[in-house]
Design a protein around this ligand. Structure first.
Ligand code: ATP
Length: 140
């Protein structure tokens, strides 16, 4: 079934998540504060928009409350990531997944009500290790 996703922050992680969701046939609204990033995703998203994820009015104008799933992929600006998460949860978004930068970032996101907290490098490292081991088992 087709689902509606919004992705806020279009760094490597946000672009990759948006593109894959779109390829899988879902509706994707891609948002970034930087116009150049938004231009990169125009052909790989249903809608794209320049906007500040920490501005409640902007988020409301973009219709964010109509989305069941929002991914916050703002990276280095931890304060922006936390404020965006807080706004989304306050607006009643059911599923908010957030990319975390550190242990402290993770702890605060948890308190703010983030539904899933992702550490891409850590999570991918784990998966690669498991993959390597399972390949070895097959080799034997
Ligand atoms: P990656 O590892 O995924 O490339 P990163 O962790 O290096 O990303 P950044 O490049 O700092 O993260 O941020 C990801 C994106 O979030 C950037 O494209 C940036 O423009 C965007 N961004 C930062 N602040 C905001 C904001 N307030 N609203 C919307 N987008 C924002």
């Amino acid at each position: 079934m087709k689902k509606q996703f919004a992705v806020i922050g279009l760094g490597r992680f946000g672009i990759s998540v948006s593109t894959e969701l779109y390829k899988l046939g879902h509706d994707v609204l891609a948002i970034d504060i930087n116009e150049a990033k938004v231009n990169e995703i125009i052909n790989d998203s249903t809608h794209s928009a320049v906007g500040d994820g920490t501005d409640e009015r902007t988020l409301r104008n973009l219709g964010i409350t109509n989305f069941d799933h929002v991914i916050v992929a703002i990276g280095d600006d931890i304060q922006a990531s936390m404020l965006c998460t807080l706004l989304l949860k306050d607006m009643g978004i059911e599923s908010v997944w957030v990319k975390a930068q550190s242990y402290y970032h993770h702890k605060v996101l948890d308190k703010l009500g983030a539904d899933k907290i992702i550490h891409p490098e850590h999570d991918m490292g784990n998966r690669i290790a498991q993959h390597l081991v399972s390949e070895k088992v097959i080799d034997y």
